[in-house]
Design a protein around this ligand. Structure first.
Ligand code: ZN
Length: 137
């Protein structure tokens, strides 16, 4: 399966404002986007590091999966997103191999990208997201 590159690294944190001020001070960079993804009950803060994003996630709901993750582990890497072309075909190929998917169908993530999560049981305990290459802005 052709994987284009690491699209982004998703990091779950308690406080996005804190991260923003740290990145301003330490790296002197400004966010690419700040966006709420209702579907995943998170607010996201993204930085573009020369084509690969770092995406911080703060939960907007005390019962969300991201909040449960933070409660257990504190601020930590939550998932790695791999960029692919033609997400539908990639998902079909994974299904045929019996790979467990969290998202059988693509959904819309930050920046309006089509994404799907693979179940960590099928990827050695690490949550992997597939993110479709954006064809147009
Ligand atoms: Zn992500």
């Amino acid at each position: 399966m052709k994987l284009n590159k690491i699209d982004h690294i998703g990091i779950a944190v308690n406080n996005l404002d804190e991260v923003k001020s740290i990145y301003e001070t330490v790296f002197e960079i400004e966010p690419l986007f700040v966006e709420t993804v209702e579907d995943q009950k998170v607010k996201t803060l993204g930085y573009d590091i020369n084509g690969t994003n770092i995406e911080f996630l703060e939960s907007t709901d005390s019962e969300s999966p991201v909040q449960r993750f933070i409660d257990k582990r504190g601020n930590a890497v939550h998932h790695i997103a791999l960029q692919v072309d033609d997400l539908d075909t990639k998902l079909d190929a994974l299904k045929q191999k019996g790979v467990r998917l969290i998202d059988e169908e693509p959904r819309i993530g930050a920046e309006g990208k089509r994404i799907a999560f693979i179940h960590p049981k099928s990827t050695g305990g690490i949550l992997i997201e597939l993110s479709e290459t954006k064809i147009h802005e």
